[in-house]
Write a protein that binds this ligand. Sequence first.
Ligand SMILES: Nc1ncnc2c1ncn2[C@@H]1O[C@H](COP(=O)(O)OP(=O)(O)O)[C@@H](O)[C@H]1O
Ligand SMILES: [Mg+2]
Length: 284
Amino acid sequence: MSSGTNTPQKPGSATPSTGADASANSLGARVIAITSGKGGVGKTFVSANLAAALARRGHRVLVLDADLGLANLDVVLNLHPKVTLHDVFTGKATLEQAIVKAPGGFSVLLAGSGMVEYSRLTPEVREEFLGVVRRIMPLYDVVLLDTGAGISDVVLFSVSLASEVLLVATPEPTSLTDAYAAIKVLATQQQRGHVRVVVNQTARAGDGRAIVGQLQQVVDRFVTGATGRSVRLLHLGDIPADPSVREAVMRRQLMVLQTPGCPASLAIAQLAGKVDEAIIAPPR
Ligand SMILES: Nc1ncnc2c1ncn2[C@@H]1O[C@H](COP(=O)(O)OP(=O)(O)O)[C@@H](O)[C@H]1O
Ligand SMILES: [Mg+2]
């Protein structure tokens, strides 16, 4: 469910923001959407590496490539799937056939390229998407949705399937403006009580904290959610700008496996600890 309050809702209830999470309240994965206002800020990088770090902590993790139109999780992980989400959507393959093991000890459901037809939110796309998330939930502890950027209806729909939103932003002013726009929509359309923020590509320690503080001030002034209260931004952590990130992408290897001691890998490990503590461990 999308609200900060954990009101259980019946599976199949009409509003999309009830999501899939509600349906498996006690028997399934925590569904976490990794999203952003602006593109290219590091969602796929965070999704893949956080998944590996959470798997290392003993969780059963699946990453769903939910950036349907611009999917590239397969590229980052150097996987060449024969069966993709597209085949599941069209009934050509079963869900089990489309789930692939990634290096790093987690599973992935890849969209592959050529899913452009899904960049529009039709009732079919909605139904297929929701069905897939519901079916994978009982099989994992954590499902990460590597969503697209921005506030298009497809992106917002995929985010609505998650109980927790992890918004990735960089310190760039353009990223922050777009992050603000995304937070505003999440607060007003999805009645999110809180949004967790990861500041990626920071230059100095403490940058992220200051940035989230500034964003919160703007949000407090201009955004009031459906509950009449402002949405709370919870700073989950920072990841420093680190050349190892690009090097890993160029080699098509997972950074946390290739350079586990680099600053960005250490930050990812810390982030996984926070996700565990704040999202996975608390009883629901
Ligand atoms: N912490 C970081 N330090 C250095 N470069 C980064 C960092 N995070 C992301 N990048 C660069 O940004 C690129 C885009 O990241 P990606 O995860 O594909 O973004 P998104 O999924 O949000 O579009 C990466 O390929 C990498 O080169
Ligand atoms: Mg991406």
